[in-house]
Design a protein around this ligand. Structure first.
Ligand code: C5P
Length: 222
């Protein structure tokens, strides 16, 4: 079967990465979590005391350091140079700053360059905010995943609990709303459904159900 590109976009905690990982494994495709790349850069900026508004300094960080992934049987590990930052980039300090770092055009240009290199050969499931609109505009399958903000906050709350991160539900909900607002109103490549993307509202749907719905869409492309 021909190797295609699958773009999965949507707001925070809409289930993109869970679904993308399962699909990539089933298809034997590469999985690329583009949010992890913006998170890694934000983590770097925090550790190096770089102002989130300093676009030039953020681009310099991209040039000076290498963000990479390693796929294990269990999970996708994220590295900055040789340091593993998989857990560190999911902490609230990074989550609450990442949308500021990700709004800069020059930062996005660097990230998109890397993402397009990863996706060049096809056989990729890539998730993010601008994959269908900017990173892989020719992807054969484009999905836009949405869910109610209450359900998304509940999912994130449960995930955090399992990871031992304590959070207040209302705060979490506000943070998700704020991140969606910043991501969808920024000037460069805002979070937006591509005209040729299929929208799936996952509110009340189980993961397997969502995966199945996307598999059906994929089967029409082969
Ligand atoms: O997907 P995740 O929630 O980990 O993404 C973290 C943040 O990275 C998003 O809120 C957004 O600001 C940024 N992002 C982006 N473009 C992408 C992926 C993520 O701007 N393609």
């Amino acid at each position: 079967m021909k190797k295609i590109s699958i773009a999965i976009d949507g707001p925070a905690s809409s289930g993109k990465s869970t679904v993308a990982k399962i699909l990539a494994k089933k298809l034997g495709y590469i999985y690329c979590d583009t949010g992890a790349m913006y998170r890694a850069l934000t983590y770097l900026a925090i550790t190096k005391n770089i102002d989130f508004e300093d676009e030039k300094a953020l681009v310099d960080l991209c040039l000076e350091h290498r963000i990479s992934f390693e796929q294990t049987e269990k999970e996708q590990l994220v590295f900055i140079d040789r340091a593993q930052v998989t857990e560190a980039i999911r902490q609230p300090d990074v989550t609450n700053a990442v949308s500021i770092v990700a709004k800069h055009g020059a930062v996005r240009a660097k990230m998109v360059e890397l993402q397009q290199m990863i996706g060049r050969a096809g056989g990729v499931v890539m998730d993010g905010r601008d994959i269908g609109t900017a990173v892989l505009p020719d992807a054969e399958v484009k999905i836009f995943l949405v869910a109610s903000v209450i359900e998304r906050a509940q999912r994130r709350y449960k995930e955090n609990q399992e990871k031992g991160i304590s959070t207040d539900f209302e705060t979490l909900k506000k943070e998700i709303e704020q991140r969606d607002y910043l991501d969808s109103t920024r000037k460069v490549s805002p979070l937006k459904q591509a005209v040729d993307a299929v929208k799936i509202d996952t509110t009340g749907m189980g993961i397997e159900e969502v995966v199945k719905a996307i598999e059906e869409i994929i089967s029409t492309k082969n």
